[in-house]
Design a protein around this ligand. Structure first.
Ligand SMILES: N[C@@H](CCC(=O)N[C@@H](CS)C(=O)NCC(=O)O)C(=O)O
Length: 279
């Protein structure tokens, strides 16, 4: 069921070609891994029915996952001024590599259905909680420190996968102490989401904010995979990433990740997003 790195269903354009186009182009990275920012961005665009041209991150002939895989992303850096995905490019406007800018652009291009609550208190809460997931030092940001902790402490020095984990560890400030702080932070964020979902259920809402779908529900659905990926028939991701990078072996986080939070992810995918996830 899982697909390999050379078996992608989406047709990804090269950056040089995408730069010559107008309209909406999204640098997604051509790999079968449900990156939380990537799937968040795809989810927002899907709900809004916005069509786009998918673009790969690496230079022609280079791997797409990260610079540490040995390739080059110099064309992405030249175009967007940074080296991560996703990036949304609209006509000749400055490419947007941050999730807040991406949501705001999507809202502008397709105002309905709005994924940003109209009430100021709801909006402030939504962006605050979304930042706990996607922002710097948010859940999926710091999960990278746990992701590299195992491999950096177990892979032999000459293992071909080691440079990838070394690259990510150096880029995001890995140390064993930072990994422990990350685990506690993730637990606390998951607990905060669980409390928010319980409050919403108590007032009769099926959604994390207000009474209808917001970007936060999509972000939770997309980010949950980093701790608890969907099964292969719904998410045919590369097997090598399932269980280690996308999974959790910390009992404190496991206890916080309640059945209600897992069910909420499943509900949002089944009701508003696409199955199976396409890569
Ligand atoms: N641009 C995002 C971060 C996106 C991100 O980190 N994406 C991952 C893939 S899901 C990535 O490109 N990782 C490779 C790297 O960090 O070098 C943000 O800062 O809001």
């Amino acid at each position: 069921m899982a697909i390999g790195f050379d078996d992608l269903k989406i047709k990804y354009e090269e950056i040089a070609d995408a730069r010559k186009m107008s309209g909406l182009r999204v640098v997604l990275g051509a790999y079968p891994i449900p990156g939380p920012w990537r799937e968040s961005c795809k989810g927002i665009l899907h709900v809004k029915g916005l069509k786009y041209v998918p673009v790969r991150t690496g230079n022609p002939g280079s791997p797409d996952v990260a610079l540490g895989m040995g390739g080059s992303q110099s064309q992405l850096i030249e175009w967007t001024g940074q080296a991560s995905a996703p990036v949304m490019a609209w006509n000749d406007e400055k490419p947007r590599s941050g999730w807040v800018d991406q949501l705001n652009l999507a809202e502008r291009l397709a105002p309905e259905p709005s994924l940003v609550p109209a009430k100021v208190e709801d909006r402030a809460l939504m962006f605050g909680l979304a930042n706990e997931l996607l922002g710097e030092h948010g859940l999926v940001w710091v999960k990278r420190l746990l992701m590299v902790h195992g491999p950096l402490n177990s892979l032999p020095a000459d293992d071909p996968q080691r440079p990838f984990f070394t690259y990510l560890g150096e880029k995001y400030g890995y140390s064993p102490e930072a990994a422990e702080r990350a685990a506690l932070r993730i637990r606390d964020i998951v607990l905060a989401f669980d409390a928010q979902l319980s409050r919403q259920k108590a007032r009769g809402s099926k959604y994390l904010i207000g009474d209808s779908l917001s970007a936060l529900d999509i972000y939770w659905a997309a980010c949950c995979a980093i701790l608890h990926p969907l099964p292969p028939e719904q998410c045919p991701m590369a097997d090598a990433f399932r269980g280690g990078a996308y999974g959790n072996d910390d009992p404190r986080i496991e206890a916080a990740l309640s059945p209600a939070l897992r069910d909420h992810r499943d509900f949002i995918y089944a009701t508003h997003l696409e199955f199976p996830i396409v890569f």
